[in-house]
Design a protein around this ligand. Structure first.
Ligand SMILES: NC(=O)c1ccc[n+]([C@@H]2O[C@H](COP(=O)([O-])OP(=O)(O)OC[C@H]3O[C@@H](n4cnc5c(N)ncnc54)[C@H](OP(=O)(O)O)[C@@H]3O)[C@@H](O)[C@H]2O)c1
Length: 277
């Protein structure tokens, strides 16, 4: 069984469709039960098996209950694909008086996923091994004005995964981190429009995630994100200001790509241009 969090999102649905075509059995989670049930049907139609179990990753007690139910009813997963997430773009001025943004994003992007992965990792290692693929963001390693709370929450998960990875590998559970570029999903729409120019289509993003699942890669990241991460370490102030300017340019560039031919098509947006979310 493969546990997929954020299964009903743009990237999640594409991942689930690809896994279904391989005949995998999936356990799907997110909050919206109707969308989960619809996805279960879609996975079954495509030849996979699926069950759904909703969970709000911002609720620590719910995550603990969820983990126990998964392990009791389904046993240790062979793999976990951690996709659930939320992004907020706000300037410093817009963030004044909004400390709840930090709580909200830390919950869904860091504390919830890490709590769930910790429980799954223990069970998988006892069961003989497994695979974790966690999707973070280039913002985790390239601090960028406007994306402070999002980047910080993804950076927390990234640091936690990197720190547990060696010991996890010794227990038979391999961890891969995937940093996605801009993908044309609902998450990107408020900032970049519904069909951002230069964005990956969700199926191409899913392809990368499945590559991370299959190959022995510990990090899948666009070349510009790796270069940006090095610059962020070497010259943090310069890198953050450059990232802010590049982000604004990318936003204008992407917004010009909004198309009317059925929105973001599976074949159109492919390049690794847009850096966030
Ligand atoms: N799209 C991009 O450009 C981009 C770029 C880099 C990285 N990423 C990362 O890729 C992952 C997938 O993004 P996406 O574009 O597919 O986003 P999306 O379409 O907005 O989907 C987000 C998914 O997370 C679930 N979710 C949100 N809040 C949750 C909560 N509190 N508890 C449990 N599940 C929750 C949503 O379902 P419910 O609302 O029903 O809970 C949905 O299934 C995210 O981690 C994102 O940060 C995306």
């Amino acid at each position: 069984m493969i546990l997929v969090t954020g299964a009903t999102g743009g990237v999640g649905r594409a991942v689930c469709r690809r896994l279904a075509e391989r005949g995998e059995h999936l356990l799907l989670t997110a909050r919206d039960e109707d969308r989960l049930r619809a996805l279960v049907q879609e996975v079954r139609t495509l030849g996979g098996g699926a069950d759904e179990l909703p969970c709000d990753l911002r609720d620590q007690e719910a995550v603990t209950r969820f983990s126990r139910t998964v392990l009791r009813e389904h046993g240790a997963p062979a793999a976990v694909i951690s996709l659930a997430g939320h992004s907020i773009r706000r300037s410093l001025e817009e963030s004044f008086g909004r400390p709840h943004d930090l709580v909200r994003l830390t919950g869904v992007n860091m504390l919830g996923p890490a709590t769930l992965l910790l429980a799954m990792l223990e069970a998988m290692s006892v069961a003989g091994g497994g695979r974790i693929v966690a999707v973070t963001s280039a913002s985790a390693r390239i601090p960028t004005p406007g994306w402070a709370a999002y980047g910080a929450s993804k950076a927390g998960l990234d640091a936690w995964l990197r720190a547990v990875r060696p010991q996890s590998a010794r227990r038979g559970v391999r961890i891969a981190i995937v940093e996605l570029p801009l993908v044309a999903t609902a998450m990107a729409a408020p900032t970049y429009g519904s069909a951002p120019r230069g964005a990956l289509c969700p199926d191409r993003a899913a392809q990368r995630i499945l590559h991370a699942l299959d190959a022995r890669r510990s990090l899948l990241s666009p070349p510009w994100a790796r270069a940006g991460a090095v610059l962020s370490q070497a010259a943090p102030a310069l890198a953050a200001s450059a990232a802010g300017r590049a982000g604004e340019l990318a936003r204008r560039f992407a917004a010009r790509g909004t198309v009317s031919r059925g929105g973001a098509s599976a074949s159109r947006p492919v390049r690794d241009k847009g850096p966030r979310p």
